[in-house]
Design a protein around this ligand. Structure first.
Ligand SMILES: Nc1nc2c(c(=O)[nH]1)N[C@H]1C(S)=C(S)[C@@H](COP(=O)(O)O)O[C@H]1N2
Ligand SMILES: [Mo]
Length: 446
């Protein structure tokens, strides 16, 4: 048990309503998160009942070495959640289990997937990247060629523009947070800066777009503004230190830090320099925002700031009332996260969360805040402000602006209802309002 319980926490440490505590308390030793037993964490056996007998695994030599390590068999529930489209094989996505993870990096086996026509198994020796169109010197690059160029690494998030779209639904969703917001992951990508290759082939001054195409059976294509291509785009070959996984684009993909998932073309085989966008399916029929006026926003390429509390979150159960650590993720396609605030009273009052270092541009940022849960019904929320000054909107605000038929780019504040019995569920705290008069949205595919 704690050597400091609620009665010993100084009143001045409560910085917002319903038990939110000063983030600086996280740094103090002696503040024990004793019962913090959100279920799925191990229960604490008391010292008295613990036996000093050697456990089974200390009584014989352990397993042999392995060629490629795997997670512990006790972690087998920490998996991606596939949601295939029943009508088209290979079209669908699998979600990162954000609720079962910590830190900011997504291990490769848990990076979300979104494919329009399955995962091609590409022999790197036979794969080439063609650069052509409005260029001085149209050229082919093999993977071996690219591996000889100077490289750079960047840790950045990747998020599908269709992520979190269940937030447009009339009713809250029952899923765990990863299966609601887990079409987002964060990895270290390493490869050749696209600007280096563009300089080499020489781009016509009038070429303002690059049309990127993948080598999957869908031959997915999309238009990329030349300015972004020259700014920080990467021809990525490595993901978290190893070569890309097939499902994430092996042997070559585009990474456009902070820009929506669909533009990060996997299995990249062609870049065509043009003076206009190609008007592909995924920038006309999809990934646009149909507004209440009947008009649609197109080329909303930058991912707006989003944050969510991953623990406690939907589907989890609190233990005894007491001290808890609220933990969550925030990110923005515009740059760094500058502030995350947390509320435990449904948004009436807010406290600044601590941000884990390093806080990187266009990257997942982990935030934390201590909370004294009193065992009463509480609504938890987080909201992020990024370095451009943009602040994550309330759901009502977002729906007022975007309407309910946009489907893409949902980034509103997420609310978790902690019931007095400790059960945590997703809630819309504005539920009593006009919502009920609106029709439910059909599930759809991005
Ligand atoms: N060639 C190709 N590139 C693609 C796709 C695809 O189906 N084919 N899907 C896009 C979409 S919609 C997203 S969200 C991201 C997902 O990347 P990931 O599967 O590595 O997470 O890849 C993009 N690049
Ligand atoms: Mo996507």
């Amino acid at each position: 048990m704690s050597d400091k319980d609620a009665s010993e926490i100084n009143d001045s440490a409560y910085v917002a309503g319903n038990g939110l505590l000063d983030r600086r308390l996280l740094l103090k030793s002696g503040l024990s998160f004793a019962v913090a037993g959100i279920s799925s964490t191990a229960s604490s056996a008391s010292a008295d009942s613990a036996s000093d007998a050697r456990p089974e695994w200390m009584q014989k030599p352990g397993d042999a070495f392995s060629n490629y390590g795997k997670p512990s068999s006790y972690e087998e529930e920490v998996v991606r959640y596939p949601a295939a489209n029943s009508q088209v094989d290979g079209n669908g996505s699998s979600w990162t289990p954000l609720h079962a993870m910590e830190g900011m990096i997504t291990p490769n086996g848990l990076h979300f997937e979104r494919h329009h026509n399955g995962v091609p198994q590409i022999d790197p020796a036979e794969h080439q990247l063609l650069l052509h169109g409005m260029l001085d010197q149209p050229s082919f690059f093999t993977i071996d060629d690219l591996l000889r160029y100077p490289m750079r690494s960047q840790i950045c998030f990747l998020e599908c523009g269709g992520n979190s779209n269940a937030g447009f639904n009339k009713r809250p969703i029952g899923a765990s947070v990863g299966y609601f917001h887990g079409l987002a992951s964060c990895a270290e990508w390493t490869g050749v800066p696209l600007s280096v290759v563009l300089d080499e082939v020489g781009v016509d001054k009038k070429a303002s777009w690059l049309i990127a195409e993948g080598a999957d059976a869908f031959a997915m294509n999309i238009s990329i503004p030349m300015e972004k291509a020259r700014d920080d785009a990467i021809l990525a070959l490595y993901q978290n230190g190893e070569r890309l996984r097939p499902e994430n684009g092996y042997p070559l993909r585009l990474i456009l830090p902070g820009w929506e998932g669909v533009m990060n073309v996997k299995w990249l085989r062609r870049l065509t320099a043009t003076d206009g966008p190609v008007m592909a399916r995924n920038e006309t029929a999809r990934y646009t925002e149909l507004l209440p006026s009947g008009k649609a926003n197109m080329f909303s390429t930058v991912i707006e700031a989003k944050s969510l509390i991953t623990s406690p979150s939907s589907g989890m159960h609190m233990g005894e009332p007491g001290l808890y650590q609220i933990s969550g993720l925030a990110w923005s396609g515009r740059g760094k996260v500058s502030r995350v605030e947390v509320s435990a009273d449904g948004g009436k009052s807010w406290a600044d969360a601590a941000l884990d270092e390093p806080v990187l541009s266009k990257s997942f940022t982990r935030f934390r805040l201590p909370w004294q849960w009193k065992g009463t019904e509480s609504v938890l929320k987080s909201r992020v402000t990024d370095e451009s000054g943009y602040r994550q909107p309330e759901r009502q605000e977002l729906i007022r602006k975007k309407g309910r038929h946009g489907f893409f780019h949902y980034n509103a504040i997420v609310s978790w209802l902690v019931a007095s019995d400790g059960e945590v569920t997703h809630t819309y705290d504005e539920q009593k309002n006009t919502e009920s008069k609106l029709p439910d949205l059909d599930a759809d595919w991005d």
